[in-house]
Write a protein that binds this ligand. Sequence first.
Ligand code: 5GP
Ligand code: ZN
Length: 113
Amino acid sequence: MDCLFCKISSGEIKSDAVYEDAEVVVFKDIHPKAPVHLLVVPKEHIQSIAHLEVNHNDIISKLIYTAKNTAANLKLNGYKLVFNVGREGGQVIDHLHLHLLGGWGNAKESLNI
Ligand code: 5GP
Ligand code: ZN
């Protein structure tokens, strides 16, 4: 399948990954909209939140839990978690991803990213 985030999560295309396990990968957004802008991406191809099925419950909680752990590891004081859904919702890449945005109140040198 010709999907950018499938290629990034499988390692076929290189990214600035900050975390990876068997189910998810977290990498830097190429056009950051915050001092820290990461994408939490399931390795399984799911098109969007609008395409979720009941068997995806575990992966959705995993995405949120991974975002929380990543934010804690980076010592973010606060952050936003965003799913864009569909073109009208601002979704450009049709592979589910959770935006983790933060770092506004952190000293730049403390971000270490
Ligand atoms: P969406 O608008 O679909 O919710 O978010 C897609 C995000 O992917 C955008 O913030 C965009 O900057 C980011 N993006 C697009 N192409 C690439 C890429 O090749 N590498 C990385 N790391 N991020 C990308
Ligand atoms: Zn994909």
